[in-house]
Design a protein around this ligand. Structure first.
Ligand code: RB5
Length: 154
């Protein structure tokens, strides 16, 4: 499975640690920046790159990290087809896969440490979507809303 990872400067250290862990679990990591020493970069650029890689099928899933996780999750969810989940503990990480079939995980490097973030990433990568009809129906409604927005609907 290919996993795109991205962060701004505030999430860089956590992203580097998570990318290393994800690779050690046997996934292929596609690092879309930022790079060591870059400062003052803009989180929407990295969130866009990771979200588009997932939406276009270039990677199976994505992991995004900024200072709080908020900016990257808000941005990633603007890309059609993306279901980005901001998780700072393992319960919502598991549920975001099982119920929401989240395809992007967002975390905040100022919010949690490497140990907790690594557990979250592992749970999130290993948990399958339940495939239960009612959850799929709700996901379909999310994407119907995207289509309405694209076609200027209310
Ligand atoms: C960067 O200063 C910070 O605002 C950003 O990493 C993120 O927390 C935004 O949501």
């Amino acid at each position: 499975m290919r996993i795109a990872v991205g962060s701004d400067h505030a999430g860089y250290c956590l992203k580097a640690a998570i990318a290393e862990a994800v690779e050690s679990w046997g996934y292929e990591v596609v690092d879309l920046g930022s790079n060591p020493g870059e400062m003052g970069v803009d989180y929407p650029d990295y969130a866009r790159a990771v979200a588009q890689a997932v939406a276009r099928g270039e990677t199976d899933r994505g992991i995004l990290i900024c200072g709080t996780g908020l900016g990257v999750s808000i941005t990633a969810n603007k890309v059609p087809g993306i279901r980005a989940a901001l998780c700072h503990e393992t319960y919502t990480a598991r549920m975001s896969r099982s119920h929401n079939n989240a395809n992007v995980l967002c975390m905040g490097g100022w919010v949690i440490g490497v140990g907790v973030a690594t557990d979250i990433a592992q749970v999130w990568l290993e948990t399958p979507f339940s495939g239960v009809d009612r959850h799929q129906r709700r996901i379909d409604k999310i994407h119907a809303l995207e289509s309405e927005a694209r076609h200027g609907g209310e």
